[in-house]
Design a protein around this ligand. Sequence first.
Ligand code: ZN
Ligand code: ZN
Length: 372
Amino acid sequence: MRDFYDILGVNRGADTAELKSAYRKLAKKYHPDLNPEDEEAEKNFKEVNYAYEVLSDPDKRMRYDRFGEAGVNQQGGYSGGFGDFFEDIFDIFGGGFNGRGSRGPQPRIGEDINFHMNLSFKESVFGLEREINLKREVSCHKCEGEGMEPGSSKSTCPVCHGSGQVKQVQRTFLGQHVTVGQCSNCNGTGAVIETPCSNCNGSGREIREETISVKIPAGVDGQSVLTMRGMGHTGINGGPPGDIYIYFDVAEDEKIIRQGQNLWVDVPLTLEEAIFGTSINVPTINGVKKVKVSKGTQFLDSEIIGGAGMPSTRGNMNGDLILRYTMEIPKGSLEIKSKEIKRWKLHNKVVDQRTLLFEHMSETFSKVEDSI
Ligand SMILES: [Zn+2]
Ligand SMILES: [Zn+2]
């Protein structure tokens, strides 16, 4: 077997959190449920589990660091118990994954929690800190996850006589075959609880309602997933906890169109402004920018304000703010005198429309108290 640290891909000084995170990742990757009938994955899964079992136990880890694998095996770990004979038979015939070889209940990763959150467009521009309420499965506080009433005792399991494992003999057309499985009466612990904990009915787990504070980075969209490592349901039998995944539903803005990290707005110009040019003060995420509109601007010409788009959740550069000019071309005669154009300016509502747009942008692009 390879070095346990190599198996988990951590260095020898790795702390508990690093081990846990490496284990979680690899256990998920190689889990037999996700890799059916993949022997290589199953082998890796066993190695990863064993390496984590040893390294996550300070005492075993110390022995492993000093004496290598031999230092751990002496204690009747993975290779102990019923021995290789039964394991080999088991392997030939396949079958359930749990309860093979190792004694006692297997640690299991806690379940993940998926959470959906609605955000306004403005909230997505700046990010925010928000409290969410969720129900987490945690170790029972009364029995500390043991499942037994404090002060009560356990007795030897009558089914497996304390071994935690049961042998099953099955007759098939190939002849007899013997499998070793985890005892279902005691879940492989070898002992049964006489008085179950009154708080959790012996499950060792309880649901707790919790309020946690979530920092949502600026720039999230409907594709963003925020991961809070280790904040999911508590692991079972000492396994690491699951994660929280937060998915977002971000409301669209009626005037500011998001496209990736870029933002688009249609800015109305009067005909006079389009023909003779002007300058406009555009509210952006980076404050008001003065933008020159050149002479002879055409319908749907655009102007890019670099870096004034959506922030990146990964901390990269912001996107751009793109202004797209629109104007209403009067129908009819093309021989338009400038005086008449100026008069249209008074008669149409272009400037009012633009003022409303810029007020909206100014409001959207200014931080509020809970922005981060
Ligand atoms: Zn309990
Ligand atoms: Zn039993």
